[in-house]
Design a protein around this ligand. Structure first.
Ligand code: HJL
Ligand code: ZN
Length: 181
């Protein structure tokens, strides 16, 4: 096993402490550069069986118009010399995702929605991402009605709302938006 950058800077969180994992995701969201046309989001990929952080990501962390979940996945795959579309092959059993905002079901042209990135991990030997813990629903600012959660659930991914962080999450997410106070 090589050392992984995401783990090196990760806090120690008790198994199943969803609030603490969400707090960690929020700390990642704060690193995202504010942009008026998207949300600043943070994401953490966790091996829930061994309580191990597999990867982290935040919006615009990687070059291009990248989402938090996308960065989280791409970094994990890249550390294993794989393209992100092969992420599912490398995920351990019981992999779960924490994200401050419901994964996107719709994106601007040319980008795969994060819901589809999550769903394609199901083809992996261990069944990919099983549970998504989310801090807030996506506001309807950009996409109108958001179908992210519904699409995940329709495809057998359990979605769990971790409550208590809504206000902070939305404040961080909308940094750089003109019309939000
Ligand atoms: C989530 C992110 C992020 C969003 N949502 N879950 N993680 N930025 O990292 C959702 C928002 C889209 C806009 C613009 N934001 O980002 O709906 O240009 O950012 O594809 O709809 O779409 P693009
Ligand atoms: Zn997305």
């Amino acid at each position: 096993m090589s050392s992984h950058t995401a783990m090196a800077s990760a806090p120690s969180i008790a198994p199943g402490d969803h609030a603490e994992y969400m707090r960690f995701a929020l700390s990642l969201a704060r690193k995202s550069p504010p942009k008026p046309t998207n949300f600043c989001v943070g994401a953490v990929l966790v091996d829930a069986v061994n309580n191990r952080i597999l990867s982290t990501g935040y919006t615009l962390e990687l070059p291009g118009n990248t989402h938090a979940e996308q960065c989280c996945f791409a970094k994990f795959a890249a550390e294993r010399d794989l393209h992100e579309d092969r992420l599912g092959e490398t995920l351990p059993e019981g992999t779960v995702l924490y994200t401050t905002m419901e994964p996107c079901g719709k994106r601007s042209v040319g980008n795969m929605p994060c819901v589809d990135r999550i769903l394609r991990t199901k083809d992996g030997p261990n069944g990919g991402i099983k549970i998504v813990y989310l801090g807030v629903r996506e506001p309807e600012t950009f996409v109108g009605e958001n179908v992210g959660r519904a699409k995940l659930e329709a495809n057998g991914i359990l979605c769990v709302h971790v409550s208590g962080f809504e206000e902070d999450i939305l404040k961080v997410a909308t940094a750089g938006h003109e019309n939000v106070g």
